[in-house]
Design a protein. Structure first.
Length: 80
């Protein structure tokens, strides 16, 4: 796909593999970007790991952990 100037656009990372496709379907704006406690924690991690950390990657990892946590919670409820 090309941008409005005809230059090729970079590939969409959320179409790269199954995990990224799963993450691309999530709407985690409130849980991640609008949660001051979470953002403070992420900012502290970023400060401790300069040049090896991106907030976008942190958002994806947070979302994946959230998904796995919800799945575990549901499995536990089903097992009762």
């Amino acid at each position: 796909m090309n941008d409005v100037y005809g230059k090729p656009m970079p590939p969409n990372v959320y179409e790269k593999n199954k995990t990224m496709k799963l993450l691309g379907r999530q709407r985690m704006t409130t849980a991640f970007w609008c949660n001051d406690k979470v953002r403070k924690g992420i900012d502290e991690i970023a400060e401790a790991r300069p040049y090896s950390f991106t907030t976008d990657a942190a958002a994806d990892i947070f979302t994946l952990g959230y998904i796995y946590g919800k799945q575990a919670e549901r499995a536990k409820r089903r097992g009762k």
